[in-house]
Design a protein around this ligand. Structure first.
Ligand code: NDP
Ligand code: GDR
Length: 357
């Protein structure tokens, strides 16, 4: 069925997360009716999508939220049946690598079997030929890198319960494509960040802390492994890549990355520079007091509690296939990404009601 003949109805799991928020905006701007699955929470968890929320009572509303959870099969079958999506984007996951060591079974259930539940919903409902499926796969599949840079053909070697759960999700997506002819694609996305990034991922933790320290609201930033290297791009651009994958005639798997890698330590340097905080970052080393100012005040310290039992030391992706086949390209260099995130966190930190934590 050609693109123009297909109904534009999307179901996004994980719509309250960073990527869900960017993807929902993009799909609304492309004319889609957008359905999002959200979890019930005792506190508000829709902060990232507040500005696109529409009252479902308005006659031409195109944005709807449904309560659901990846661990609940019947609930997912019902949501897929009710919404009849032409495209499903499975972005929901317990997405924190360090937390997956604390909650390995839950992570396997949500991130691994959750993907199977959605694919089964498509099959049970007989929607194999009318619903396209996107799986949020990850560079964490490469883990202990078997090749540099990593591309679609690089062997996987996950290094965390999160990576292992996502490995199952990757292969079950491939299997349902091959076994049942579902238009199902994996986006193997390298790290992507933004002002909407979750506060406990390293980039946002750093930019929030730099803003709070600059305004005198925080004394110190505790971090784990500063030597790790990541290929960081902008989440808005990666959401567009997800959508582009489902607009292809044939399903396939694609790496989205910038092709450049940066040490966590360098990200810290840039963020503190952008926040206007003078810190002595001379040399590659960090002394026993951390990174300090000329006054002797030390602002950044390594706390081993943030080390992971097994670490992914180096990630750098080769996005050539996405360049050639999708025409996708990243636009924001990591240096600009840091600046945008620091500026956003400085603006937020200046708002008095948001500073208590
Ligand atoms: P976030 O952590 O920001 O968002 C995760 C989303 O999943 C949230 O909406 C969360 O809901 C929801 N969720 C978590 N558990 C469940 C569950 N059991 N049932 C239903 N919903 C659930 O992640 P990102 O937006 O950064 O990432 C999106 C996806 O892409 C994830 O699958 C992630 O693993 C993957 N990925 C991310 C990369 C990145 O760099 N950002 C890179 C590669 C892959 P709530 O808001 O209630 O917590
Ligand atoms: P990652 O992102 O594990 O790559 O997973 P994260 O930002 O958590 O860690 C990146 C690197 O920074 C090191 N690090 C710290 N990390 C955190 N969270 N907190 C710290 O204090 C800290 N100090 C150093 C980590 O050890 C690591 O090496 C993200 C998630 O979005 C996944 O869902 C996604 O699949 C991958 O990116 C691609």
């Amino acid at each position: 069925m050609s693109l123009s003949e297909r109904r534009k109805v999307a179901l996004i799991t994980g719509i309250t997360g960073q990527d869900g928020a960017y993807l929902a905006r993009l799909l609304l701007s492309e004319g889609y009716e957008v359905h999002g699955m959200r979890r019930r929470s005792s506190s508000f968890n829709t902060g990232r999508i507040e500005d696109i929320y529409q009252d479902p009572h308005v006659p031409d509303a195109r944005f709807f939220l449904h309560y659901g959870d990846l661990t609940d099969s019947t609930n997912m079958i019902r949501i897929v049946q009710e919404t009849q999506p032409s495209e499903i984007y499975n972005l929901a996951a317990q997405s924190h690598v360090a937390v997956s060591f604390e909650t390995p079974e839950y992570t396997a259930n949500a991130d691994g079997i959750g993907t199977l539940r959605l694919l089964e919903a498509i099959r049970i409902l007989g929607m194999e030929n009318k619903t396209r499926f996107y799986q949020a796969s990850t560079s964490e599949l490469y883990g202990l890198a078997q090749e540099v840079p990593q591309r679609e053909t690089t062997p996987f070697y996950p290094r965390s319960p999160y990576g292992a759960a996502k490995l199952y999700a990757y292969w079950i997506t491939v299997n349902y494509r091959e076994a049942y002819g579902i238009h199902a694609s994996n986006g193997i996305l390298f790290n992507h960040e933004s002002p909407l990034r979750g506060e406990t991922f390293v980039t946002r933790k750093i930019t929030r802390a730099a803003a709070a320290i600059a305004l005198g609201r925080q004394d110190k930033l505790f971090l784990g492994n500063l030597d790790a290297k990541r290929d960081w791009g902008h989440a808005r651009e990666y959401a567009r890549g997800m959508w582009m994958m489902l607009q292809q005639d044939d399903p396939d798997d694609y790496v989205l990355a910038t092709g450049e890698t940066t040490e966590v330590r360098q990200f810290v340097r840039w963020a503190f520079e952008d926040a206007g905080i003078p810190v002595d970052f001379r040399g590659d080393g960090i002394n026993e007091k951390g990174y300090c100012q000329a006054t002797g005040k030390c602002l950044i310290e390594v706390d081993p509690r943030y080390f992971r039992p097994t670490e992914v030391d180096l990630l750098i992706g080769d996005p050539s296939k996405a360049h050639q086949k999708l025409g996708w390209r990243h636009e924001t260099p990591v240096r600009d990404l840091v600046r945008e995130m620091v500026e956003s966190d400085l603006a937020k930190a200046r708002q008095p009601q948001l500073t208590v934590d």
